[in-house]
Write a protein that binds this ligand. Structure first.
Ligand SMILES: [Zn+2]
Length: 269
């Protein structure tokens, strides 16, 4: 009987300690005023950005997602900073060899994680059961004790032109309210208005499968109670989206809408 009682007291104390630590982590996230933006993929010298590309240059020019975000992450950052939050922009590789992109990186203040092998799978330092290509970015983002992390990407579902509209903000469990607010903002300000989307709204999809693209970036953030979003809302294989994003004024509008959506969430959390 005594033994059982002692066991129960120990169990109760452990549960309380774990709950206390979790509450503290959650409070830290809620009180944080820092947003980390991760420019997706990396720039390989001589080969360019290593993300998705348009099938060709026919819709106003060739686009690649990593290069796109080197040019426009600064617009997302501005929208966040103008609302009074701190914004840190990172990339898992090194400064692009391309002089135009290098100048953009400097102007935006991109911090380069310089992953030794950008194509290799690494274990997370913060949550070692999580592993992925590009996880060093997620680790570095968590080092900032952020309110949220946004992984800047563009989608593609074909090597040839195909008009797909079902783009979404992929998010972790704790990021659902943020992704929902960001999607609502997209729908209110951009989708099916200046940006054609065939009448489809911007989606929200929870991604927990670590094996799929970016799943463990989201999971490792979830383990720290940090809302995390991958912006897969536009398709480079959709000629309408490619044409839209090839106009610099539209690309800036698109980037700003991502930042503004994040701010709407942060102000109301
Ligand atoms: Zn991508």
């Amino acid at each position: 009987m005594k033994k059982t009682l002692r066991f129960l007291i120990v169990l109760f104390t452990c549960t309380l300690t774990v709950q206390c630590a979790q509450q503290q982590m959650r409070r830290q996230v809620r009180e944080s005023r820092t947003v980390v933006l991760d420019i997706g993929h990396y720039y390989a010298p001589g080969r360019g950005g290593q993300g998705a590309r348009t099938p060709d240059a026919s819709q106003g020019g060739a686009l690649e997602e990593c290069e796109f975000w080197y040019k426009y992450a600064g617009e997302v950052k501005k929208a966040i900073e103008q609302a009074g939050y701190k914004c840190v922009v990172i990339n898992r590789g090194d400064t692009p060899a391309d002089p135009t992109l290098a100048a953009c990186a400097k102007e935006t203040g991109v911090l380069h994680v310089k992953t030794p092998q950008p194509t290799a799978i690494y274990l997370s330092r913060h949550h070692p059961k999580r592993m992925a290509v590009g996880i060093l970015s997620a680790d570095y983002a968590l080092d900032w004790k952020p309110a949220a992390v946004i992984f800047l990407h563009l989608n593609s579902d074909s090597d040839t032109w195909r008009t797909s509209y079902k783009g979404a903000f992929y998010c972790n469990q704790v990021g659902v309210p943020m992704a929902t607010t960001m999607a609502e903002h997209m729908n209110r300000t951009l989708f099916n208005q200046s940006m054609p989307n065939g009448g489809f709204p911007c989606g929200v999809i929870i991604r927990t499968d670590g094996r799929r693209g970016g799943g463990d970036w989201l999971n490792t953030c979830n383990d720290s109670w940090v809302p995390a979003i991958i912006t897969e809302i536009a398709f480079l294989s959709n000629p309408q989206h490619a044409r839209y994003l090839n106009t610099p004024a539209n690309a800036r509008r698109f980037a700003r809408a991502i930042g503004e959506g994040a701010v709407r969430y942060l102000r109301n959390r």
